[in-house]
Design a protein around this ligand. Structure first.
Ligand code: AMP
Length: 236
């Protein structure tokens, strides 16, 4: 009986040691950030559809998806602080109006954004070495620095049209100074369309940089659609 008890005690001890070692070994290093903006019309016109935020349908503009720490080898850290990763809205009260405008959630059912911000903070923000206020403020400021809709319209690229990926990339590089990565998705009519634009930011979250590595994948069609948001529909 004593033998069985001590065997299970040692098993428990071993398990605890392994858990501690796993946490200690978790690699939260990173080399740069992806700053990802999304074209809401392309999120909404897919098979999955979307729901407008509880604050109403936003104006036609790119929205923020997130600021994601990444490594030069293409891997990335995530969920870096499982113990204290809760999103506290009171820490960003002064930013809420901007967050609602520039970082809305389009998932269903309609939401006020808190679920998306919580997800982004937990998964990516906790690895950023920024505190919560710095993280959200930094992201909002980068959106102002790279006003993509303005940049594209300046180059003659308007919602509702079809354009080559190279033309879109060149237009962004000409204004922002750095080459973006363009991610496409597919609408219900199987058109390949502009979905997300990735720009890279140095690891201090200070400046745009050339991307050390791009995400995998490329847009299937060329030209691709830049769908209009004004004609897009959402579920309630
Ligand atoms: P991430 O884990 O940061 O790569 O984000 C991916 C998750 O964010 C997925 O669950 C997506 O469905 C969700 N997502 C992406 N864009 C939006 C959006 N505009 N509104 C709400 N959820 C989104």
């Amino acid at each position: 009986m004593m033998k069985v008890k001590s065997a299970s005690f040692f098993k428990l001890l071993l398990l605890q040691c392994l858990t501690v070692l796993t946490f200690a070994a978790q690699d939260d290093s990173f080399d740069f950030f992806y700053f990802v903006q999304q074209w809401p019309a392309s999120y909404c016109d897919t098979k999955r559809s979307c729901c407008y935020p509880t604050t109403g349908k936003p104006a036609e503009d790119f929205s923020i998806h997130g600021l994601w720490p990444n490594r030069d080898d293409g891997s990335w850290p995530s969920n870096c602080n499982v113990e204290d990763s809760s999103f506290n809205v009171f820490e960003v009260l002064d930013l809420i109006t901007r967050m609602q405008q520039d970082w809305p959630s389009f998932s269903c059912p309609s939401s006020n954004g808190v679920r998306l911000w919580t997800h982004e903070w937990k998964k990516h923000g906790t690895c950023s070495r920024l505190n919560q206020h710095q993280y959200f403020q930094t992201v909002l400021d980068f959106k102002e620095k790279a006003n993509l809709l303005h940049v594209l319209e300046h180059a003659g690229i308007f919602p509702g049209g079809f354009y080559s990926v190279e033309f879109i990339k060149d237009a962004i590089k000409a204004c922002v100074g750095y080459t973006p990565f363009i991610e496409c998705n597919v609408d219900q009519a199987r058109n390949h369309q502009l979905y997300q634009v990735y720009l890279c930011v140095d690891k201090f979250a200070s400046n745009f940089i050339e991307c050390p590595v791009f995400p995998h994948g490329r847009c299937g069609g060329s030209p691709i659609e830049f769908p209009s948001f004004s004609s897009s529909r959402a579920d309630s």
